[in-house]
Design a protein around this ligand. Structure first.
Ligand SMILES: [Zn+2]
Length: 336
């Protein structure tokens, strides 16, 4: 009995068992509250993610005055001016990315010869439109605060993102609306670019204000405009004889024609006569010529109204951009 007690006494007295671990078992750190007086100082908050747009500074000619601003500020002005702020959020993001990409492409390719001192200007025939908040808000009325928030969200959510082809920003041209299909760049301009191809686009009369328009000219005025731009053209007799050899895309866009014996691009004629697009038919009635026009713009790259219809159908901005810029990718890009 004594032997038995001697053997078991340590156990009876509660001494630690030799089988117990010398150290307390590992516990997840958050399972052990430290004593209050030993609470470590909180970690400093993460710095805000570095904005690529904020790091990209631009000189912009606004109403003839050179202003220095970052890319994010510039893009707010472009998106306000270039797309209705009532559009879907994803369409506005697609616009912000296209505008950013267009700007960086231009900067990387020598800028605009008309303003070597500026990276961009506010002339739509040279660069992109640009509106200050005050100017945009005057048109937005009661919606001004909400629309500005949408524009700002589109720019910030796509910070630094560009449309890229072989890793470089593309010539991200865009236009207002097309008739069923966009145009291949080679059918509108002399250059052919692999990502500026004709693709289907979903906008129609119901989606686009002014989708169909007419331009009516008296023969004398028409002759004056054509002769000024095409001095070699022989424009005698009835206007119905002036336009020959008209070549059209399946959607009706005129790619080229002969005017009084002079070869003219459809987009060139559109510019000469200030038509809304090169998708037109002509009707002759005595001394009067009527151009019936569908869509608005040169027809190349993203259709803005098409982008809005695609966004309404659930497409995200990068899907929209990949739809309109064949073979391109969308990703962050920083100037080298
Ligand atoms: Zn410019």
């Amino acid at each position: 009995m004594l032997i038995f007690l001697l053997f078991f006494l340590p156990w009876l007295w509660g001494e630690p068992s030799q089988a117990a671990p010398a150290e307390p078992p590992d516990l997840p750190e958050d399972a052990q509250d430290p004593p209050p007086d030993q609470t470590p100082p909180p970690d400093p908050p993460d710095p805000p993610a570095a904005s690529i747009d904020e790091k990209t500074s631009l000189n912009v000619l606004v109403e003839g005055t050179l202003q220095s601003m970052d890319m994010g500020t510039y893009l707010l002005g472009v998106v306000r001016a270039e797309m209705p702020a009532s559009f879907e959020a994803e369409a506005l993001k697609a616009q912000a990315v296209a505008a950013r990409t267009y700007t960086l492409y231009k900067m990387a390719n020598g800028g605009a010869p008309s303003h070597p001192e500026a990276d961009a200007c506010d002339d739509i025939t040279c660069c992109q439109a640009y509106k200050t908040y005050a100017s945009a808000a005057a048109g937005w009325g009661d919606e001004a605060a909400a629309y500005e928030a949408k524009v700002r969200a589109a720019v910030e959510a796509t910070d630094g993102r560009c449309i890229l082809y072989e890793g470089r920003p593309v010539l991200a041209v865009f236009h207002s609306s097309s008739a069923g299909a966009t145009q291949d760049a080679s059918d509108v301009w002399s250059a052919s670019l692999p990502y500026l191809r004709s693709v289907e686009t979903p906008e129609d009369e119901a989606a686009v204000p002014g989708y169909r328009s007419t331009a009516v000219f008296q023969a004398a005025r028409l002759k004056e405009l054509l002769q000024a731009a095409l001095p070699e053209a022989a424009l005698g007799g009835s206007p119905s004889n002036w336009f020959t050899n008209i070549r059209q895309q399946p959607n009706g866009t005129v790619t080229a024609l002969t005017v009084g014996g002079v070869e003219v691009g459809g987009n060139q004629l559109r510019t000469i006569l200030d038509l809304r697009s090169a998708c037109f038919t002509m009707a002759f009635d005595g001394d009067q010529v009527t151009f019936s026009v569908t869509g608005y713009g040169h027809g190349v790259g993203m259709s803005q109204y098409g982008a809005n219809v695609l966004a309404q159908g659930g497409m995200t901005y990068d899907e929209i951009l990949r739809w309109y810029y064949t073979g391109a990718e969308v990703g962050p890009y920083e100037r080298p």
